[in-house]
Ligand binder design. Sequence first.
Ligand code: AMP
Length: 455
Amino acid sequence: MSFDSLGLNADILRAVEEQGYREPTPIQSQAIPVVLAGRDLMASAQTGTGKTAGFTLPLLQRLIDKQPHAKGRRPVRALILTPTRELAAQIGENVRDYSKYLDIRSLVVFGGVSINPQMMKLRSGVDVLVATPGRLLDLEHQNAVKLDQVEILVLDEADRMLDMGFIHDIRRVLAKLPARRQNLLFSATFSDEIKGLAEKLLHNPEEVSVARRNTASEQVTQHVHFVDKKRKRELLSQMIGEGNWQQVLVFTRTKHGANHLAEQLGKDGITAAAIHGNKSQGARTRALADFKNGGVRVLVATDIAARGIDIEELPHVVNYELPNVPEDYVHRIGRTGRAAATGQALSLVCVDEHKLLRDIERVLKREVPRMAIPGYEVDPTIPAEPIVNGRQQQRGGGRGNGGGQGQGQRRGGNGGASSERSNAPRRPSRPQGDGAAKPAGANGRRRPVRKPVSA
Ligand code: AMP
């Protein structure tokens, strides 16, 4: 199938061609006709499948097909909600690229940066707004944006939005939208919670789905190295040095762990930067740019910060610490082995993490091959310690207790490291808030606990 046969106009096709896309990806060939037909859509697809063009291209076509009647300031006609700043910025870039030959204005708004420039830009009128929920509500609250003319709503990475506690914000946004509109929902997984949201949001939706990438990808070589916790850093430095790895994305469970590891690698002579929810937007953008252009060899990231980052042909992903939720493992290794490239995903697993590994392998439905590294044999006398951070602890009694959990430093098996999820910065009451991940559980809300996927 070619893009030409999908019903997109010449200006959009020209922009697509300039991106070097030769043919639509499966999600694009399935989703584009549905959106063009004006139907609601429930799409199962994750980052890397081409989903952004899958909703953006037909969305642009719909907008130019139907010029607005209203005179004066352009109203927001398409709203794309997304969980993270990075993803918002990436989608915004795509929207700009695909609409470069159209009379369409787009804008990206997210928290963590000054709100005033965003207010100024909104004042001159915007057709397509890409936003994180918190900042969007702040802007709406300050009358900087009106949402009553939205014709198309896209909820991107809906599962992650719920996981990050955005459900209340999403409901608040929905209440500002006109009842008659087209709704597109994209999610990598379809938990009962997502299905519940979809039921309320979507009218007679068409369902499309593309295979999960990398669950058992042949393109990604996966290995597990058993190693004592205290020797992980040494082993990682050795592997990077001996393998002469030039671009490595390393995952830690915590922000503190990410900072600490980046510092330690620096001391080993390996350029590294950390990226997580406590870093300013400028620092995150800079770190990512340095990593992409080869300025730093190692990017140490937490799951939330890395979500949605698209780095082409990333050769190495290292799980310095296994994630608490098996599904995050799949997301992590999905950062490598994209397109035609092959990638390598290594997990450094200490005695504390054996259960996490078993859970991951249950999801993958296979065992990840073990690889022994001489000189790093595990000391069998070291006892396992509980992993006291992230969701595991929340499950252990942190829910619905009025916000006592999820704040402050904790002591535990990881030395009191702060968790990306449980210890994200609290969003102050509006209007200063931002679109960053915020802890549900703070201000008394119940935090939705994502169930591990079973597929
Ligand atoms: P996404 O899943 O939207 O994050 O897209 C992942 C990557 O695929 C991005 O780098 C896109 O530029 C790229 N991409 C999207 N559509 C196509 C296509 N039809 N052909 C080749 N690459 C594409």
